[in-house]
Design a protein around this ligand. Sequence first.
Ligand SMILES: [Zn+2]
Length: 472
Amino acid sequence: MTSEKNRKGKIEKAEEPAGKKKRNAGKKRQLLEAADGKAKMDLGILGGRVYLNGNFAPLNVYVKDGKIEALTSNVFPCEETVDAQGLMVLPGFIDPHVHFHLGVGNNVNAEDFRTGSIKGALGGITTYIDFLDPVKRASDVAQAFEARSGLADTSFTDYAFHATIANPTDAPEDMITAFKSCGITSVKLFTTYADTDRRTKDRYIYQLLKASGETGIQVVVHAENDDLIDHGKKIPVSEHESSRPAISERTEALVLAEMAEETDGNLYLVHMSAGSTVETLKARHIGALAEKRIRLESCPHYFVFNRDVYSKPDGYLYTMTPPLRSERDRILLCTHFDAIDTIGTDHCPYRKEEKNHTYTSEIPMGIGGISYSFQLLFTRFGSHAIDRFTKNPAQAYGLYPQKGALKVGADADIVLFDDLAPFVVSDENSVYNGMTLKGRIESVFKSGHILVKDGVFQASDCIPKGRYLRRT
Ligand SMILES: [Zn+2]
């Protein structure tokens, strides 16, 4: 319930671009009508602590036609209200790095877009970005887009795609034109995996970075120095980390950062695994990091585990690339959390029996974790985690302010989070099983529709399907 004091408050609106002032005048009229009972809001989320520009404000959030209509301490008539007393009211989370229905070799991972979007919703994720299959030519982009779009049709939540290239034969400008025609403004590449012809060479990356500055696209890189990696077929799990050592990430990240600075390009490094990489980048490229010309993503698992798990009998369950690092590198990563712009899960789970092999060459790489990513980080960093799941990925990938903020006019993707409740992970398929985390995701709304209530996914025909987010 809203307090008497709140009822006397005045309408407050989130800041908007100057060009929208005229529209706001109309909106204000509409709100006054609503107050008179002439028009009802679809949904009111009342009395919570609303996350606005890095702070919390005691406001009500009103939703109309799937969008946030007002952020105010006033009380308006609503079709439906939700009592958010004592809860944080947060923008829906964005996972900028997932792999649903990923096929590598003979394996397809154990997550499709339907199940992945449900598990994401349980973790507060209302928007995610998946990847097109790798292409070499501009003429192959449309087909890769169609194939992935067909699979994503079952998603409950909104999504975008990164394009992926593998040692392309067409010029960067031609590739970028093809991506943009599919509504894609980010392109992923690998500096490793030469053995499967997925490595893109430095000369091409340099040209692509140059073109990225001119066209506004984001160059998304999996950074490992391929020449420092042991590509042997008989590497036991216990040697997974030493076969892809932290120095391979650090040296590659430095080369890429130098090229980004030289070209004025837009560089986004995915899944930073070692704190020493981040520390080194800060020492040399602090300006570019601060201005977000270079952005760093990391994943929950690198903050939680270290490489010691590879010596355990079930070490194969923790295999991903890049691998988990030393305890020193894990602690350093936590120390340099300020330089991490976004958290992506790199969600790519496989069944235990698929991963249970002796040598890393036999194991499909990747782990799950999309349902717990926010709480894993919130447990360690509190409210500092929020922007890394909301505003930052939205801004990095051209989704802001439609996504990533509680603003008037934004999509009504909203998470109600009980930051004081403990949460124990109960999921036998998860490496996080049994962990006690801080905070519980109570409710999740997507475009004003309830997806998760009391921590349970609401399967309903009334929920509109997830939409593809075309970017420009
Ligand atoms: Zn990935």
